[in-house]
Design a binder for this molecule. Structure first.
Ligand code: CA
Length: 262
């Protein structure tokens, strides 16, 4: 099962201009782009979701996979050299018409320490210590001219960090963690041909309602803060409610589309 990262209808890569992005049409380059998925399934011709038994490797546990579109080059300096655009596993023989997955990490795995977790959950850059969990999506771009902040200073990078928020309970003390906003995003592609198509996270869509040359408050960009004025447009494009962290229309996310395999 192939995934892709696109901007302006083309594959988005480190070190290659992404073209104009966001409400202001701001030219930008990629800084980071990775996301976790769980509950990966194929949908058979009767409409049933059949779980994909994930192969276990450096990019996958039995229940999660990490897609990684940054290679540490160009504007992505500080990232990792390896990339991963596929999720592999097996399903019973049958006839399949579509697929589904959820952007996220299951609660039982989300809150453990990155130091003790198996790969790929051991990547510190995807940890989210202040929310005691992981970033489900980490997408960061550097807009031309930087990002003007409300206090008059400038930042280099506009951040999108999606993860569960409002979490209580310290896993280091053996407490279970509960979060008021799950922010897990189920995505269904009803008609999907794995031979010719990939599921793309489209940056043009993610940033459609966002002006990347300025930040309106809170974290620079949107780090899932429920009161961050920049999160409204981002969550709308993802298809999540900023109020309760649930999908607006389960299975539907404007930011994810099926594209011809790059
Ligand atoms: Ca903000």
């Amino acid at each position: 099962m192939a995934f892709a990262l696109t901007a302006n209808g083309k594959p988005a890569r480190c070190g290659v201009p992404l073209g104009p992005l966001g409400a202001g049409g701001t030219p930008a380059v990629l800084h980071d782009a990775r996301f976790h998925v769980q509950d990966v399934a194929l949908i058979d011709t009767a409409g049933r979701a059949v779980p994909l038994a994930l192969a276990q490797n450096e990019w996958q546990t039995a229940s999660t996979a990490l897609l990684d579109f940054e290679d540490g080059s160009g504007g992505c300096a500080g990232g990792t050299r390896g990339t991963n655009n596929t999720v592999t596993g097996s399903v019973p023989a049958g006839r399949y018409a579509g697929l589904s997955f959820t952007v996220g990490v299951p609660p039982a795995l989300n809150h453990g320490s990155t130091e003790k977790a198996p790969p790929p959950l051991d990547i510190a850059a995807m940890g989210w210590s202040w929310q005691a969990g992981r970033k489900f999506i980490k997408v960061e771009v550097d807009p031309d001219g930087g990002v003007a902040k409300p206090d008059g200073s400038k930042a280099r990078t506009w951040y999108v960090h999606l993860g569960s928020t409002g979490c209580t309970g310290n896993p280091a003390d053996g407490e279970s963690v509960s979060c008021t906003r799950s922010n897990r995003l189920p995505v269904t592609v009803a008609a999907f041909d794995p031979a010719t198509q990939a599921v793309a996270l489209d940056l043009s869509s993610v940033f459609e309602g966002s002006a990347l040359n300025r930040d309106r408050g809170g974290a620079v960009g949107c780090m899932s803060g429920p009161t961050d004025p920049d999160c409204g447009p981002v969550f709308r494009q993802l298809g999540l409610s900023l109020d309760d962290g649930r999908p607006v229309t389960p299975g539907s996310s404007p930011a994810f589309t099926a594209v011809v395999k790059p």
